[in-house]
Design a protein around this ligand. Structure first.
Ligand code: GDP
Length: 478
């Protein structure tokens, strides 16, 4: 708990430098106004323009949100299938899809898209969205009402769906000169999307989409970086985010407040195991190899990385006791993994042997759920609590390709050391690499030049978009 805060700064800190709106009921969402007690003040300040954009968005959401007059009118249009000339409000509906880390990243992407296109974001609650997160916008819910007319179709939407933007283009049902557009289009931005779906990232198609009141989006990818290559968004984005690497950091802290159950998991764990440490080191282990771990090559890699980068002290294999140093530090290591083997290994090492520095190392792992169980409530509560706890670290080590780790680094404002992906079951050398920025990686970006209508390396166009450290074809903001 941050006990250095001065009373005068308290109010400002509590609202994260104006990022959060005041006036929410505090008890219904304790995390919203308590998170500052667990974090250092972020050096990444929101721009005044972002703050005014968020307040304007909140007004729009109040005006167009669920069950408002405008919403009811636009739902009638949706049912009728045709757009009329009077569009009161436009929407982007986010379909709950994929693992929790992926969902957090896609939701942030959809929200930025809504901000850029003056749309209202509505969230399909899926199995557990309302169990995991608080409402981020004042007064009107961000959840799609349960009686929304086409919710029943969400599961069936896929890249073959005739209502998708890509298939409508491919089959020549829509183009830039189409007068009468449908009242909704499905946006298929899942990793298996096709060339026509990817035209979403072209200005010409944004002009078409801009005239469709309802966009229904399914994605498992952090597509936000590619919005930075759409010329019509460029000016607005540079005003919103003068510092490109803090986009998810700021949007994430604005949007994602753990629900009270999850906040209980976070704060009890933090106070019991992490609060008293001089330094907190988060290690996120996600192994995509088949077979049940723990794998020795992953253990080797964790130790090689943390020792080489001096994130954890070396142990003395020969002495049973090392003279205590004058000022020993207490280091708390928070490990997360589906498997408990990695944690047991590191914990035993620091129990069985003294450290060379005399520092004391405690190793903790909140859960080991063994396998991904996306449909279970407590499972996802724990997953969210663990991402959040990792984000409270001072130093972070993450696994390649994992959105779980991306969420932690982004919320925490941390540039992690990334454990590079093992090849042929051996620890790579070097075992880990420092990330260029705290931004998540877009795993399936388009490689298309909309103007020239040909392929292009989208990681080599602007200085603030680069290929990712952990995935050579991915794209991230730096
Ligand atoms: P990704 O697959 O690593 O990109 O992350 P996702 O969060 O999208 O999906 C992985 C899912 O597996 C999580 O949502 C959890 O349900 C589960 N999972 C993976 N690693 C962990 C972990 O360390 N702790 C817990 N509690 N769950 C995990």
């Amino acid at each position: 708990v941050n006990d250095h805060a001065q009373p005068a700064d308290l109010h400002k800190d509590k609202l994260l430098g104006g990022l959060l709106a005041a006036g929410f009921d505090e008890d219904s969402c304790l995390s919203r106004y308590q998170s500052f007690l667990y974090r250092k003040t972020s050096p990444h300040k929101p721009s005044p323009y972002l703050l005014s954009k968020l307040r304007n968005y909140e007004d729009l959401h109040r005006h167009c949100g669920p069950h408002t007059q405008s919403y009811n009118k636009m739902v009638e249009q949706l049912k009728s299938g045709q757009t009329t000339s009077s569009i009161d409000c436009k929407y982007v509906v986010w379909i709950s899809f994929s693992g929790l880390g992926n969902r957090i990243l896609t939701l942030a992407s959809a929200f930025l898209y809504a901000l850029l296109t003056n749309r209202v974001l509505l969230v399909d609650r899926g199995k557990d969205m309302n169990d995991l997160f608080c409402e981020p916008f004042p007064e009107k819910s961000w959840f799609l009402p349960l009686d929304f007319p086409i919710t029943g179709q969400f599961n069936g939407f896929n890249r073959e769906s005739p209502q998708s933007h890509g298939n409508m283009l491919k089959n020549n049902f829509i183009n830039t000169s189409t007068k009468s557009l449908p009242s909704y289009l499905y946006l298929h931005l899942v990793h298996d999307y096709q060339d026509h779906d990817k035209l979403f990232f072209c200005d010409g198609d944004q002009a078409i989409l801009g005239r469709v009141p309802w966009l229904i989006m399914k994605t498992d990818n952090y597509f936000l970086p590619s919005l930075f290559l759409i010329p019509s968004f460029e000016h607005e984005l540079s005003k919103l985010f003068p510092q490109k690497e803090a986009v998810f950091h700021l949007l994430g802290r604005y949007l994602f407040h753990p629900s009270n159950h999850v906040w209980g998991l976070i704060t009890r764990y933090y106070q019991a195991y992490l609060a008293k440490a001089d330094e907190r080191i988060g290690i996120q282990i996600r192994v995509f190899d088949t077979g049940t771990g723990p794998f020795q090559y992953v253990i080797d890699q964790i130790l090689a990385c943390t020792q080489k980068e001096k994130l954890l002290p070396e142990v003395d294999m020969h002495e049973s006791v090392v003279m205590p140093s004058e000022n020993p530090k207490l280091k708390a290591v928070l490990m997360t993994s589906l498997n408990s083997g990695y944690y047991e290994n590191v914990r035993n090492m620091y129990w069985e042997h003294p450290t060379m520095t005399g520092d004391v190392v405690g190793v903790y792992q909140p859960s080991h759920e063994e396998y991904q169980q996306t449909e279970k409530k407590l499972h996802n509560r724990k997953a969210w609590a663990e991402m959040y706890l990792l984000s409270l670290s001072d130093v972070l080590v993450t696994s390649s390709w994992s959105t779980f780790g991306y969420v932690a680094q982004g919320l925490g404002g941390l540039k992690p050391w990334i454990l590079m992906k093992p090849e042929n079951q051996t620890a790579p050398d070097p075992p880990c690499r420092r990330a260029m920025s705290m931004e998540p990686c877009f795993h399936a970006p388009p490689f298309y030049d909309c103007k020239a209508k040909k392929g292009i390396d989208t990681g080599a166009i602007v200085p603030h978009l680069r290929h990712c450290e952990d995935m050579s074809w991915g794209l991230k903001l730096v």
